[in-house]
Design a protein around this ligand. Structure first.
Ligand code: FMN
Length: 269
């Protein structure tokens, strides 16, 4: 069980004169060998079935990127829950065991191309999910933020019990990712989506243990990462987040350490 912070450089530069001298040399992270330091960023393909199951076409797409030499090929977001957010038809899911065979197809195709396979899991999109009305659900977020797709409406703040359910769902999905053969399980904290709505003071005005200090705002993300590590112990746990929001009051790259130094959840080891 390890995070991407526990790295071992196992090779010296192979291209000493280039601006990124280690880029093409291997790297070992938690027993997983990356053949170089490149990673394909997560980008949703919308190549799933209507039920969100991955398809051979999608597996071939990711496999081709591994054949091209990318060390880590990461999927786009896979939804872990539809308890509190709608998952529209055709969006990728990891919220039931029915998803495992399709996910295994992706992992196998990436491995056949010589890469490591990374599965990105999203706890949700929160105020940025555009399908609440279509599926008869109420917009939710970290706090009663405006709904992105209709700023005249406000989201409902998730309750503590609902947050715990989402963390549990992240763990369940991580277990499926490991069962499907993925090497890396990534937490989707990309700009403005649910995890980031908790992490940023712009959207988080909670007064419970999930709000207030930077550590408290990061608690939801940390609990999700622990759920990944506990349920996928052989996998690398990674965390995708933007270090620069590029808007007034948002996170800047000068302060990421403070933002990312979270309180550990009670009882964690
Ligand atoms: C079609 C598309 C789908 C994307 N899907 C995801 C996603 O599922 N998860 C994620 O973290 N980022 C996603 N992104 C963001 C990309 O990973 C990336 O950050 C963005 O394209 C900016 O790239 P750049 O940093 O090279 O400019 C997506 C981007 C595009 C264009």
């Amino acid at each position: 069980m390890s995070t991407v912070t526990s790295t071992t450089v196992n090779s010296q530069s192979t291209a000493p004169d280039c601006a990124f001298p280690h880029l093409l040399s291997p790297l070992t992270i938690a027993g997983h060998v990356l053949r170089n330091r490149t990673l394909m960023p997560p980008m949703g393909t919308e190549m799933c079935t209507e039920d969100g199951l991955s398809t051979p076409r999608e597996a071939a797409y990711y496999g081709a990127r591994a054949v091209g030499g990318t060390a880590v090929v990461m999927t786009g977001i896979n939804f872990v829950q539809s308890d509190l957010e709608p998952v529209h038809k055709g969006l990728a899911r990891a919220d039931s065991d029915d998803c495992i065979p399709g996910l295994r197809g992706i992992a196998d195709a990436v491995h056949a191309g010589g890469g490591l396979a990374a599965l990105q899991l999203t706890p949700g999109l929160g105020r940025n999910n555009q399908y609440y009305d279509e599926l008869g659900m109420e917009p939710v977020s970290a706090s009663d933020n405006t709904y992105f797709f209709d700023p005249s409406r406000r989201c409902r703040a998730l309750t503590t019990e609902e947050i715990r359910l989402i963390v549990q769902r992240v763990g369940e999905a991580a277990r499926r990712g490991a069962a499907a053969g993925f090497d890396v399980i990534d937490l989707h904290g990309h700009t403005g989506y649910l995890v980031d709505q908790f992490m940023s003071a712009v959207w988080n005005r909670r007064t419970d243990e999930y709000g207030g200090s930077p550590g408290n705002r990061a608690r939801f993300a940390v609990e999700c990462l622990h759920a990944i590590k506990d349920n996928a112990p052989g996998c690398i746990a990674s965390f995708r987040i933007s270090v620069n929001h590029r808007f007034e009051g948002g996170r800047t790259w000068r302060r990421p350490r403070r933002s990312f130094r979270p309180s550990r959840p009670a009882g964690s080891t």
